[in-house]
Write a protein that binds this ligand. Structure first.
Ligand code: AMP
Ligand code: MG
Length: 327
């Protein structure tokens, strides 16, 4: 069985062909880049996605060595995400499903990050740290659902880094630049904001920006920003491990590319006799292979295809709204 997956929740429009053994036959994407100093303008991102869609499909099929007739099912990221971006993916998917007469599966983007992580790292039942631009959640599978044990109360950790990077005049995406600037920095102190199991990052960005403007070095502020925010998520993951009794940690989302973050979580895990693994880079950032693979997982578990006349996007779809019948 072959699934074509389509990702379009934010800046990345991606298409991927995956088979039911978990082989990724192709995984192509094109990313909308906001102009310097700006965040995503959702309508511009939608326009980008709509313009690139046909050539991406051609590219994805060619790279996989497949034709449209080989596609058995189509899956798309139905939410959560920016509504204009989600509509670009949904409209394209629905049209294609109608034209090819194939079933269409709606996939939750956050759950797809976890499923591609389980596939690629071989972790079986991890506590997942999902740290992307917009999202920061600590998730574990308990009683039939991926439950959110802790999450940000305001912006995601990636957006926090990006926001600071913008203020500091760095280039987008700012997370990797901050990682480089942080090397050899020293601790200057920033607010540490863990509330129960939840987190908050926006005040930390405000304080980091103020300290930079008051003359602290970019290196020391980048270092302190990473140390503070990464220690906060590590603390919450450790409590989720203790609470659930699980002994694996999966790191996924764009920020999981950060070596200081993975290193910090790894130290905590080793001290508890647990193990941690980060999703390989190409599947860490937003990508369509995770949507295609989760489409297959859901289809095999008997998820009913969507009614093509009634399908809608789900911009606020929560991780813990989905019945995870495949575990
Ligand atoms: P995603 O939303 O999953 O596509 O991830 C994008 C986010 O990951 C952006 O906010 C980036 O700044 C962030 N990011 C990417 N690489 C790194 C890195 N090495 N360190 C920290 N953040 C990163
Ligand atoms: Mg994501």
């Amino acid at each position: 069985m072959i699934c074509l997956g389509i990702e379009s929740t934010a800046h990345t429009f991606g298409m991927s062909v995956v088979d039911d053994k978990g082989n990724v036959l192709s995984n192509v994407k094109d990313t909308y880049k906001p102009k310097a100093g700006w965040g995503i303008i959702p309508m511009d991102a939608r326009k980008h996605h709509e313009e690139i869609a046909d050539s991406l499909l051609k590219n994805a099929l060619e790279k996989a060595g497949k034709g449209e007739e080989d596609i058995d099912i189509i899956s798309f990221s139905q939410g959560p995400g920016l509504p204009p971006c989600l509509y670009a993916g949904m409209n394209f998917s629905v049209e294609l499903a109608k034209r090819l007469g194939k079933p269409l599966i709606g996939v939750n983007h956050c759950i797809a990050h976890i499923e591609i992580g389980r596939l690629t790292t071989k972790l079986k039942d991890p506590v997942t740290l999902y740290v992307s631009g917009a999202n920061t959640q600590i998730i574990a599978h308990v009683s039939g659902k991926y439950r959110v044990f802790g999450e940000t109360q305001d912006i995601g950790i990636g957006n926090a880094l990006d926001k600071f990077g913008r203020e500091a005049g760095l280039e987008f995406p700012h997370g990797p630049k901050i990682e480089v600037h942080a090397k050899g920095g020293k601790w200057i102190g920033l607010p540490y904001v863990v509330k129960g199991m939840d987190l908050s990052f926006s005040g930390i960005v405000t304080d980091a920006t103020r300290k930079l403007k008051q003359g602290e070095s970019l290196r020391d502020v980048c270092f302190s920003l990473q140390e503070t925010t990464f220690a906060m998520v590590t603390e919450v993951i450790e409590r989720a491990l203790a609470h659930t009794g699980k002994n694996e940690v999966l790191l996924t989302g764009g920020v999981a590319a950060n070596k200081r973050l993975t290193g910090m979580v790894d130290i905590m895990c080793r001290e508890r006799g647990a193990k941690s693994a980060a999703v390989p880079w190409e599947y860490c950032m937003d990508n369509a292979a995770m949507i295609a693979w989760t489409g297959i997982v859901q289809h095999k578990a008997g998820h009913a295809p969507l009614d093509l006349e009634k399908v809608e996007v789900l911009p606020r779809w929560r991780t813990d709204d989905v019945d995870v019948v495949w575990i």
